[in-house]
Unconditional design. Structure first.
Length: 82
């Protein structure tokens, strides 16, 4: 992030922050408040970035349609049993 309150990923301006500083008794900044919608957008961006990085690390062969269906069914069965 740069000092004008914009989040930059590469050269793309993604999100403007509307921030409020929280000061201690000596008027030193100790925290920042941002609207929940902006926080949720930041979370989404970070989660998407993390997922993309994780997907880049996986070097497995893609599943066939039948293998994928069996895998998803096993996940469903496992979650229903829990």
């Amino acid at each position: 992030m740069n000092t004008n309150g914009f989040l930059h990923i590469g050269f793309i301006k993604m999100l403007e922050f509307h921030k409020n500083y929280v000061l201690d008794e000596n008027r030193r900044p100790i925290a920042v408040q941002i609207p929940i919608a902006e926080f949720e957008k930041i979370e989404e961006i970070l989660e998407d970035y993390g997922l993309a990085k994780l997907m880049e690390e996986v070097e497995e062969e893609p599943l066939s349609k039948n293998e994928a269906l069996k895998y998803y069914q096993s996940l469903k069965d496992e979650n229903v049993a829990s």
